[in-house]
Design a protein around this ligand. Structure first.
Ligand code: FAD
Length: 485
């Protein structure tokens, strides 16, 4: 099996095929191959994983040609849509990506959703390699009855005065900070006017950020906690002392510092109108709705209390107690993580999707399903790789996504160096995909980089009138209008 060869690359005597219609182009490792051209690569997804894979591959293999496919008319993935608006410094990575996109060997193909607008088999035919870097954008659900009713994580509906955020990661703290921040401060960010309008109407006075485990086990990091503690006019409810491990001094430095910060809390501000709390050892059990209103509105969340099985371990699990607690709440936000989904047709190009990620060899080479023989009977021939959240699961910041993408790029570079290019078929890339798509009656309406610049300019122009960096266009239709203007 191809698989086993990838697991232990240092021991390889012979290495893998690179786009071989199933025939393995076995080249003795280390043999100098004559490279007439660089690889032609399709990257699916234009978030950090896609761009960092492109960056390193461009750097390492002269003549690399990259076509980046993106389902939206705009690039940058969660850098644009996930990173909180009051963290503009994090979004600066976009400048690096803009620079890369200036390469004449780079083409952005936005507004094309792989698996829907375009079958993967077309990519497999026209590229030497495909890199899946399409993230994990599906919101994980808690699994409670009524979870999808209005007032539950709906950004439009901040009715009532108490919100519950389920989850204790950094994104949960981003949500709490946004709910508690002053509207004047948010107006200076790239948050849409639509969202600011909804927040301005909000009557929320208290935000509970609820987790199943204790302070030592929470996933948030110190910077995000500090930002919340430093919000002016917002109080923090002190955490009961018995929830902390007895000997915080013995903890490793990052955990110790965060425990100290949480124990210290923030000084009580007598004039504060808003407050927040971290509520530990609670697992959501059910929702209650007021029957006085039509449609019924959320009025509480019932939690089952939990007990840490190993209170001094940051990795401790929990068991359930026979005790419950109900928090009154008018709005519920879910922040328990994300999940990736397979793209239709992946299996047909030798890519195995299991438990929310693409199966790979530990370095980013997708592990094909079945044997080499089965692979050779398929109609595909590009080598398949993965990077970012769809490779390692939906955890980690942009920096860890970069490290991960660089690892995938290294795998691509290693494989290319060992390939006899003259044995490879011609690859037509985007031009070939476009021609085949037209022949097969697939309607494409791609947005290229110069058109993204038109969207970008339109957003900045509107933003300028409102005294903010940009006003993001809120629909694909309005983006396409700007792109075509
Ligand atoms: C709410 C939130 C806040 C965050 N805040 C921070 C922060 O402050 N600092 C930080 O360092 N990290 C932050 N992160 C983490 C960071 O965003 C991720 O580490 C990073 O974006 C993952 O990169 P990715 O390229 O794997 O996925 P993504 O950024 O999700 O990019 C994937 C891209 O693929 C596209 N795509 C999906 N399916 C298809 C398809 N079928 N065809 C074509 N294109 C497709 C998507 O539209 C998207 O553009 C945050 C994450 C979230 C969710």
């Amino acid at each position: 099996m191809l698989v086993s060869r990838f697991r232990c690359p240092s021991k390889l005597r012979y290495t893998r095929q690179w786009g071989s219609k199933g025939r393995s182009l076995h080249v003795p490792a280390g043999a100098a191959a004559h490279h007439e051209r660089g690889p032609r690569i399709a990257i699916v997804g234009s978030g950090p994983a896609g761009f960092y894979t492109a960056q390193k591959t461009f750097r390492e293999i002269p003549g690399t040609v990259i076509d980046m496919y993106e389902q939206l008319p705009v690039p940058f993935g969660l850098v644009r849509y996930g990173v909180a608006p009051d963290h503009p410094e994090v979004k600066n990575v976009q400048d690096t990506f803009e620079e890369l996109a200036r390469s004449p060997n780079y083409t952005f193909i936005g507004n094309v959703k792989l698996g829907q607008d375009l079958p993967l088999t077309l990519l497999a035919k026209h590229y030497d390699a495909i890199v899946f870097a399409y993230g994990a954008s599906k919101d994980r659900k808690i699994g409670l009855e009524g979870e999808d009713r209005p007032h539950i994580y709906s950004a439009r509906a901040f009715a009532g005065d108490t919100a519950v955020v389920v989850g204790q990661g950094n994104v949960a703290l981003d949500v709490a900070r946004t709910l508690l921040a002053s509207i004047e401060d948010l107006k200076k960010t790239d948050m849409t006017d639509y969202a600011i309008g909804a927040l301005a109407e909000s009557q929320i006075k208290h935000v509970h950020v609820v987790g199943r485990r204790g302070p030592l086990q929470a996933a948030f990091t110190i910077k995000e906690v500090r930002e919340l503690l430093q919000l002016p006019d917002v109080n923090f409810d002190p955490i009961p002392a018995d929830l902390f491990p007895p000997n915080t001094k013995a903890l490793e430095r990052p955990k110790r510092r965060i425990m100290e910060l949480l124990q210290k809390g923030s000084p009580h501000k007598p004039d504060a109108t808003k407050s927040w709390s971290l509520d530990f050892l609670l697992s959501p059990e059910s929702l209650s709705f007021s029957s006085a209103s039509s449609p019924p509105e959320l009025d509480g969340v019932r939690f089952r209390k939990t007990v840490l099985s190993d209170p001094e371990s940051p990795a401790s699990g929990v068991t359930f107690a026979n005790d419950y607690k109900t928090l009154s709440a008018s709005t519920l936000f879910r922040s328990i993580g994300y999940a990736a989904e397979p793209i239709p047709g992946m299996a047909s190009i030798g890519c195995n999707f299991l438990h929310g990620t693409i199966q790979h060899d530990g370095f980013g080479r997708a592990i094909p399903i079945g044997t080499e023989k089965q692979l050779s009977t398929s109609q595909t021939n590009a080598s398949v790789y993965c990077a970012g959240w769809v490779k390692r699961g939906p955890t980690g910041v942009i920096a860890s996504t970069m490290t991960d993408a660089f690892q995938t790029a290294e795998a691509i570079v290693d494989d290319w160096k060992r390939t006899v290019i003259s044995h490879l078929p011609h690859r037509a890339g985007w031009q070939g995909v476009k021609a085949d798509a037209m022949r097969e009656g697939q309607k494409l309406d791609p947005v290229h980089w110069d058109q993204w610049h038109k969207i970008d300019a339109a957003e900045k122009h509107i933003g300028e009138r409102h005294g903010k960096p940009r006003e993001k266009l809120g629909s694909v239709t309005s983006m396409l209008e700007a792109a075509r203007a």
